[in-house]
Write a protein that binds this ligand. Structure first.
Ligand code: TSJ
Length: 658
């Protein structure tokens, strides 16, 4: 092959060289709109648009495989990272004079220089895979600073070269060829694209998906732009098709499947071709990877809607026929599809894509098409595979139960965002006015009457009160569901705003301190124990972070002469009397509960940060090392054994002298 000067451009085949000066004007007119408004043809000139060039050429090569004329597609990224070559071993693009072109150009040249040439010239048969939503090779050509096509056909190697869409000459024979095939090399135009470097990862991922979608297709990717150690040739070939894709998808996401068999379906008729594989996993999300004519539809569309319809109706039909729903359980479509993982691959003749990125299928008839094919097939499969069906039903009922049980707690579990933090607060919370978490405190108070005193006696700016009613659930014995359904506990979580369980995040805590304020009697002690058990099991980071405290309300008021003292217990009371009893008449009042304390008294004895005593709740190191079982044993007997209480304010004397 010679790189001789323009007057001798090799040997033209079937195509007279003609007056390329003249035809290049028409060609420019043909492709001018593409260069003027590239976004209209490839979505944009950013990274996605740039890679659309690759998908377009790739899809054309893959089409030749789908049509049964080629087996392998080679993709090569040059060292420069922006020159891309795609080659197939198919029939080779027609290089003969195009029968209908008035200018007598070759079919190849027409395809590369006339907008939307592909479909028009082959009555829709040219593109089985749809390519880039009707955008053709001419668009890639228009947006490439240089593009070169090699065709092996009829024993000859043909070549045509272009610059920014203009042919540098006609199709030339540049050598002999063994076999057949088409090779296109192009470099995106840096006058069009701000960034012309390709992302090898993005390309590799797409190639892999393609190889799943078209059983038997082999794609070889050679990345010379990689660093020396990353340089390798990757071969993608997945004989298992989308069933294998489903397997790999589940494995890649580390999911456990609940069925030992997938449901699979292959349907081929005049309306189109459908391939479906689905499975349920233990995960709670739904994952559907869908494709139309080999193009990923990341935003779903009518085909996914049809699939959802088919699954909902088939599974519900099975459950209803066999009367499998327990009483009190109602199933929603979301319950039925919880954990569903599916791959759907559809081939239709006239796909309509929607949205800026064309990632959503819009053909309205497709919904019924997919539902109509998938529903009866899935129904039949369920009836013929009762073991699998039973696993699915169990999974679905479990999902419904979980949803119903946690509905009450749903809002508590939802992490409060700054916007809805106040909106999501429990009704009986008397919040503080300051929203500076560093200076605020939440008092959990037993009973409405004590809560009332605390609300009146508190420092409104920094102290919030949450009254708790009734018995607190024992979180050690109740399961997650019961805990989540317990209003007292979920109210606490809601007020704290920090989430629960593994979502518990102390940095989101709405208060610096959480203070348990209970009566100084055995009932109060018991409730404290239950609350601490809940904190230990569900809000452990708050204890570890030193946010949890016990208030020390007085049990006795001791008046000696004109002085008033407060004692938290019998020992304190006796010590007071021993020390000060000689100073006057001793009068002792025992509080039956916090509720009968005057708000002002409650403040000065228990709430006032300057005068009160708090016990900080900590967990001793031994307990930390304990196994879950030992801890549970401990809790079964006496939870308080697990905690250590550390005085936050050291007082020389036991008594609090007011
Ligand atoms: F996108 C593209 F056009 F640039 C392109 C097309 C890029 C690549 C890498 C390959 C191809 C391509 C086209 N590979 N194979 C074909 N096949 C045909 O165009 C072809 C060949 C023979 C006949 C025939 O009827 O004999 C018909 C067609 C459409």
């Amino acid at each position: 092959m010679s790189m001789s000067t323009p007057p001798s451009p090799g040997s033209p085949v079937s195509v007279p060289p003609g007056d390329y000066g003249a035809s290049s004007i028409t060609i420019l007119e043909g492709l001018e709109p593409v260069r003027k408004r590239p976004g209209m043809y490839i979505g944009g000139v950013g990274k996605d648009g740039l890679h659309h060039l690759v998908w377009e050429i790739l899809d054309n090569a893959v089409d030749e495989v789908i049509a049964g004329y080629a087996t392998t597609v080679h993709v090569h990224l040059d060292r420069d990272g922006e020159t891309l070559t795609i080659e197939d071993n198919g029939r080779g693009m027609p290089v003969e004079r195009h029968p209908k072109d008035p200018q007598g150009r070759s079919t190849l040249e027409v395809i590369f220089t006339v907008l939307h040439a592909g479909g028009k010239f082959e009555q829709g048969a040219y593109r089985t895979a749809g390519g880039l939503h009707g955008v053709g090779a001419s668009v890639v050509n228009a947006l490439s600073s240089s593009l070169e096509v090699h065709v092996k056909r009829g024993g000859k190697l043909h070549r045509q070269r272009f610059r920014r869409g203009r042919p540098l000459g006609g199709v030339e024979v540049v050598g002999e060829a063994r076999g057949t095939g088409t090779k296109v090399q192009f470099k995106p135009d840096n006058k069009i694209f701000p960034q012309t470097g390709f992302d090898a990862e993005v390309i590799a991922r797409r190639l892999e998906v393609k190889s799943y979608l078209h059983k038997g297709l082999k794609v070889v990717f050679k990345n010379d732009a990689a660093t020396e150690k990353d340089k390798r040739i990757i071969e993608f070939k997945h004989e298992g098709g989308i069933v294998e894709y489903l397997d790999d998808l589940i494995r890649a996401r580390n999911r456990r499947r609940i069925l030992d068999q997938h449901f699979t379906l292959e349907r081929d008729d005049e309306e189109g071709r459908l391939e479906l594989a689905l499975c349920w996993t233990e995960a709670t999300d739904q994952v559907v990877h869908s494709f139309v004519n080999g193009i990923p539809t990341a935003d779903g569309g009518t085909h996914e809607a049809g699939l959802r319809e088919a699954i909902n109706r088939a599974v519900r039909g099975y459950i209803d026929t066999h009367e499998l729903v327990p009483r009190g359980v109602t199933l929603t479509p979301e319950d039925i599809r919880e954990g569903l993982t599916a791959t759907l691959n559809l081939f239709i003749t006239d796909p309509q894509f929607q949205g800026q990125t064309k990632d959503k299928l819009n053909n309205p008839e497709v919904r019924g098409l997919v539902a109509g094919a998938a529903r009866p097939a899935l129904e039949q499969w369920l009836n013929q595979n009762q073991t699998q069906a039973q696993s699915i039903v169990t999974r679905v009922i479990q999902a419904a139960r979980a949803r119903q049980a946690s509905r009450a707690a749903a809002s508590a579990v939802r992490r409060a965002s700054p916007m809805n933090r106040r909106l999501n607060l429990p009704g009986k919370l008397a919040d503080c006015t300051s929203s500076e978490p560093g200076e605020t405190e939440l008092f959990l108070v037993e009973g409405d009457s004590a809560g009332g005193s605390a609300k009146q006696g508190r420092d409104r700016q920094t102290q919030a009160i949450l009254p708790l009613r009734g018995k607190v659930l024992n979180a050690e014995q109740a399961g997650d569901r019961k805990v989540m359904a317990n209003t007292e506990l979920t109210d606490i979580v809601q007020a704290l705003g920090c989430g629960i369980g593994k979502d518990c995040d102390p940095s989101a805590l709405r208060y610096q301190r959480v203070i348990l304020l209970m009566d100084a009697d055995s009932d109060g002690h018991h409730i404290s124990t239950l609350l601490l058990t809940f904190f230990y099991r569900y809000l452990r980071p708050l204890i570890d972070g030193g946010h949890v405290f016990l208030a020390q309300p007085p049990l006795y008021r001791v008046d000696i002469g004109k002085q008033t003292y407060w004692a938290a217990g019998d020992a304190e009371r006796d010590a007071l009397i021993e020390r000060h009893g000689s100073k006057g008449k001793v009068e002792i009042q025992r509080f039956k509960g916090l509720g009968e304390m005057m708000p002002a008294t409650l403040f000065k004895t228990t709430l006032d940060p300057l005068r009160r005593r708090l016990l900080k709740v900590t967990i001793p190191d031994e307990a930390r090392l304990d196994t879950e079982n030992t801890i549970t044993d401990l809790m079964g007997k006496d939870a308080s054994a697990r905690f250590e209480f550390v005085m936050t304010r050291a007082h020389e004397a036991d008594e609090l002298d007011i």
